[in-house]
Design a protein around this ligand. Structure first.
Ligand code: ADP
Ligand code: MG
Length: 571
């Protein structure tokens, strides 16, 4: 039994920490990710004691990304636990990222003495956390009284998973954690919210409007987004796509919702279908920067949109939406399928052929890139080796971050199962890799391969200790091209400094995992890389493969160089 600073000689008394754990258990929370310290250390200990898994990290941001991965994969909020002020702030980036991406998670942080914080009298780790979290979270609450713990957690869970999911902040004061309450009274407060994410049924008129627009389309296209992957409407979405014959492209985290080698997948004709589609169905995807806001040279200027989204505020955000369908994806896709009986639509043979023809030259170009035998390897020859292995392990989770490493992996490595790819997402954030890999491994119990740029890995590389400590089946593949993007590695400083984008091209990142008992590999050829990756996956043990990539290959900012402002050189 864990004791706290309040002696509780009366066995019928309990304290805030115990009630928090009881409330988490009551809500089926089985895992907490975090970094402990004042005032939450005993909370984590007691959670473990009560059968909740506690996954301790080296940095709160990574723990938060792991919690977000759990949220995306399960539709239940992942839980991040942090200490006050700096620990809270370290976790906040992950919370904001979850909110931006629509992943449900709850960051629970201990906080210092309210009276001292409010008068700014200088407490240990003083910070007004609840208010600071507000702009970064979907909701932000503080619990002050032990009798409110169950209600506070219920509010946080509902906020995280209902409507568009997101990150929620829950502030637990030190006084609350240490507060004493009669156990019988506390037990009576415990409850789990009924139906925390209620179905949101689309209006029949909106379904009718969407089907009529599609029935008149000559060149329809579906874009699958991570909202569709999140919704777990896999069979219904497959049925809708296959019944209508419409070509589709998956956004990166929707890859695998239908297998990437599906005949209707138009990913390799992306440019052609965007330029030519007259009606585009946005199925849990936003018209944000990742789709050039639905505007400009990539798009048919006369395109009309059907958009399926849980959040009606999303409609018209970038382009007017001709047929908005507000509802959850499960309900909306079911309604569309039912409506096909009276208002059918089908892609014409002419459109299907045009899309298939457009894929051929691009598939050919890709084959040429993949068969490059130059040494050192470039991204494509390395990824060709990875692809050969991954195609034999279709249930492996893929985590991916970097610039060129992200863009090229997305295009080369096929996914075959829904929700098996986690990446930089809506923000294009770096440093998600180890957190996502740990979250996916803990949540699924399956093997994970993380394909990392050397720069991206640097943000959270210390978490390989976490991977080794928990003996997780994670293989980290670092494509080391010696820096951020590519570089001629010229000294512009005049006194021998590396260039701003230069990192160490001959680094041996695999030595890091050796120090923690994991398995190291260094690969300079596709054959070495295939062999190491196959062995890493088969071992189900922590593995790190450092892959030597030509530092001259890759492009600045990967595929989004247009977003990177450039100075005009006056030298
Ligand atoms: P992508 O980056 O893959 O395009 P986005 O994150 O931009 O995906 O868009 C996902 C969209 O899906 C968001 O607008 C979100 O509101 C919506 N969404 C998330 N979950 C659901 C759901 N269960 N039902 C309907 N829409 C959802
Ligand atoms: Mg790099």
């Amino acid at each position: 039994m864990i004791t706290n600073q309040n002696p509780t000689p009366d066995t019928n008394l309990t304290d805030g920490m115990h009630v928090v754990v009881d409330a988490l258990k009551k809500n089926g929370i089985d895992t907490i990710y975090g970094v402990v310290g004042i005032p939450v250390t005993d909370l984590a200990r007691h959670a473990q004691e009560e059968g909740i898994r506690y996954i301790g990290f080296r940095h709160e941001q990574s723990a938060g990304y792991a919690a977000a991965a759990t949220g995306f994969l399960t539709k239940k909020p992942g839980i991040l636990l942090t200490v006050s002020a700096p620990g809270f702030l370290n976790g906040l980036t992950a919370l904001a990222n979850a909110t931006t991406n629509g992943f449900p998670m709850i960051q629970i942080s201990g906080s210092s003495d309210r009276a001292i914080i409010d008068l700014q009298q200088g407490d240990y780790e003083e910070l007004d956390q609840m208010n600071i979290a507000k702009p970064f979270a979907k909701a932000s609450y503080r619990i002050n009284r032990p009798e409110d713990i169950a209600t506070g957690l219920a509010r946080a869970i509902r906020a995280a998973v209902s409507g568009r999911p997101g990150g929620v902040y829950l502030d637990l004061t030190t006084a609350l954690l240490a507060s004493v309450i009669d156990k019988d009274v506390a037990d009576k407060t415990l409850f789990a919210p009924i139906d925390p994410s209620p179905a949101s049924i689309p209006s029949p008129a909106s379904i009718d409007r969407a089907l009529k627009l599609l029935a008149g389309a000559k060149t329809p296209l579906v874009i699958l987004g991570k909202g569709a992957a999140y919704a777990q409407a896999d069979d219904a979405i497959k049925e809708l796509i296959e019944k209508t014959g419409v070509p589709y492209i998956p956004m990166s985290m929707a890859k695998g919702l239908l297998p990437d080698d599906h005949p209707q997948c138009a990913a390799s004709a992306r440019g052609f279908v965007l330029e030519n589609a007259d009606v585009v169905v946005l199925l849990g995807a936003r018209l944000n920067w990742l789709l050039s806001h639905g505007k400009g040279k990539h798009w048919n200027p006369n395109v009309q949109f059907v958009q399926l989204d849980i959040d009606a505020m999303e409609f018209d955000s970038n382009r007017p939406i001709a047929a908005p369908v507000a509802g959850d994806i499960v309900s909306s896709v079911d309604a569309l399928l039912a409506g096909l009986a009276t208002t059918p639509f089908k892609a014409t043979d002419e459109w299907t052929k045009a899309v298939n023809d457009a894929k051929i030259p691009n598939d050919e170009k890709m084959k040429v890139k993949l068969s490059n035998t130059d040494m050192p390897m470039d991204f494509f020859s390395a990824l060709n080796a990875v692809k050969g292995v991954m195609d034999n392990h279709k249930d492996v989770y893929l985590v991916n971050e970097g610039a060129n490493t992200l863009d090229d992996t997305r295009n080369v490595i096929n996914l075959y199962q829904p929700r098996h790819r986690l990446d930089c997402g809506t923000w294009g954030v770096m440093g998600v890799g180890m957190g996502f890999a740990i979250g996916a491994a803990i949540t699924s119990g399956k093997s994970v391969v993380a394909i990392e740029g050397d720069s991206a890995f640097g943000f959270d590389g210390m978490e390989i200790e976490t991977i080794c400590r928990f003996k997780l089946p994670v293989t980290v593949v670092i494509l080391n091209n010696g820096g951020i993007y590519n570089d001629a590695h010229i000294d512009l400083s005049g006194h021998g400094d590396p260039s701003p984008t230069t990192l160490m091209p001959n680094a041996h990142y695999e030595k890091m995992i050796e120090g923690f008992g994991g398995t190291p590999y260094y690969a300079t050829t596709p054959a070495e890389l295939s062999k190491a990756l196959e062995a890493g996956i088969a071992s189900k043990k922590p593995t790190l493969i450092c892959v030597e990539i030509n530092p001259q290959c890759g492009t600045e900012s990967g595929h989004i160089g247009n977003l990177n402002p450039k100075v005009i050189s006056n030298k």
